[in-house]
Design a protein around this ligand. Structure first.
Ligand SMILES: Nc1ncnc2c1ncn2[C@@H]1O[C@H](COP(=O)(O)OP(=O)(O)O)[C@@H](O)[C@H]1O
Ligand SMILES: [Mg+2]
Length: 423
């Protein structure tokens, strides 16, 4: 997995790219931070190729399903399917069931193939864009066998172009698992003096990328660009113009998405954001006042709050406050949906939650635990010394929140879908 990123970095000449790894058994984003490759976002269930294969097995098509879906999709019209992005993570199982049901109910198989590609690749592209925003980088590389899909490459290319970022996709032989990329990584490690006697080596299928000490890169290669430095900010999904005492947020149409999906997501999220931003304030969580909302245009006008994103000003007290705030909204029956360190604003003595566009009403312990998990992951992915901060998040949550959520969180953290997906 590290070699997928490194071969892209090696061939592109990029400095510090984020890598989308989309293969049969995997779907995740890796980014470099503080001597390690961190998992910035990942699938909550199966890898992307395996998900597609589940659908094609249902149709009785032979393995591998991906290329067949790609071919049939070219003859189809877009078919609406569930779209599931939760902060930096995503899941495929609901979409696959809906796709199977659609075919069973008589929808043309070409249309379902088209809808399937448009939906799951838009999800991957969106999360890739979120990872660029979170890390403040503007280089993306692709890895994994599903990276051979022309539509996925086109979407990623289009997203990067619209964002002003650079995109590199290695040629197909370096996308699939291959000895060449392992050799390139091996050579880099060897040059860095990072070697291991063959007699001491073995295969550890539970080895996660973030456990690998990255010895072959300088520690100074961390991305330092501050995305809030300019007047108009490219957020994880919107464009935000900062004025003296208000901000204007626009969910501009994304060229990479199918127009129907694009329209649906922009309107849904703008509406949810207006509603939940105010609902949170009513239960005592600091949020900006909503001055205006236009769901069809995808625009919102907010009070300007805070001096910094939490990402730039992490502290134990603020992490504790976010824990408390998440517990308060969960008690009120909804989740934030994307509580990253860029969606928290800090200033004076207040810690504001912003960007509720992925939030929704839910009383499920699982959803509440996921919210907390997303926040902890984003702290872990951006902080130099995360442990005390993560402990403070939990402390803050425990002070107000339901104990069952933290029990479930342990389970979420230990699920290890990633570990078993490595073979
Ligand atoms: N009300 C606000 N006050 C101050 N800064 C804001 C406000 N809303 C957004 N920002 C800034 O703009 C960035 C992007 O806004 P956000 O709502 O998170 O959009 P996106 O959905 O694209 O991530 C935030 O990370 C923050 O720096
Ligand atoms: Mg945001």
């Amino acid at each position: 997995m590290v070699a997928h990123l490194e071969i892209g970095r090696h061939r592109s000449g990029f400095d510090s790219p984020v890598c989308l790894n989309a293969s049969g058994a995997n779907a995740h984003l890796l980014g470099y931070h503080n001597g390690r490759y961190r998992i910035l976002g990942e699938t909550m269930d199966t890898g992307v190729g395996n998900a597609i294969d589940k659908f094609t097995r249902h149709l009785g098509w032979s393995h591998p399903g991906g290329p067949k879906v790609e071919r049939r999709a070219r003859e189809g019209e877009y078919h609406d399917l569930p779209y599931v992005v939760k902060g930096m993570d995503f899941s495929f199982s609901g979409i696959m069931s809906a796709a199977k049901d659609a075919v069973d109910d008589g929808a043309p198989v070409e249309d379902v193939c088209a809808g399937l590609q448009e939906t799951i690749f838009a999800m991957l592209t969106e999360v890739a864009e979120r990872a660029l925003s979170l890390t403040g980088t503007d280089e993306l590389v692709l890895g994994g066998g599903v990276g051979q899909n022309a539509r996925l490459r086109e979407m990623l290319e289009s997203m990067c172009e619209q964002r002003g970022a650079e995109f590199y996709a290695p040629e197909p032989r370096f996308l699939r698992d291959n000895a060449g990329m392992i050799a390139v990584l091996g050579a880099k490690m060897y040059d860095a003096g990072d070697t291991l006697a063959v007699s001491e080596s073995s295969v550890d299928p539970n080895f996660r990328p973030d456990e690998v000490a990255v010895t072959w890169r300088g520690d100074d290669e961390d991305v330092v660009r501050d995305p809030t430095a300019s007047e108009t900010i490219r957020g994880a999904e919107a464009t935000v113009t900062i004025e003296a005492d208000r901000v204007i947020k626009r969910r501009v149409p994304k060229a990479y998405r199918h127009p129907s999906l694009d329209e649906r997501l922009r309107a849904e999220r703008t509406r949810a954001e207006a509603r939940l931003t105010s609902a949170a304030r009513r239960v005592g969580v600091p949020t900006p006042v909503v001055y205006d909302v236009d769901p069809t245009e995808g625009t919102l006008v907010f009070q300007r709050v805070g001096d910094d994103d939490l990402a730039a000003a992490l502290s134990v007290d603020r992490c504790r406050a976010v824990g408390r705030h998440l517990a308060a909204i969960h008690a009120a029956g909804f989740v934030h949906g994307d509580p990253t360190t860029r969606n928290v604003r800090v200033g004076d003595d207040r810690t504001y939650l912003i960007d509720f566009g992925l939030g929704y009403h839910t009383g499920h312990v699982e959803d509440h635990a996921m919210d907390l998990h997303v926040f902890k992951q984003s702290v872990a992915g951006t902080a130099a010394d995360a442990e005390p901060l993560l402990a403070a998040v939990e402390e803050g949550y425990a002070a107000v929140g339901d104990a069952a959520v933290r029990t479930r969180l342990r389970e979420v953290e230990g699920r290890g879908r990633y570990q078993s997906a490595t073979q």
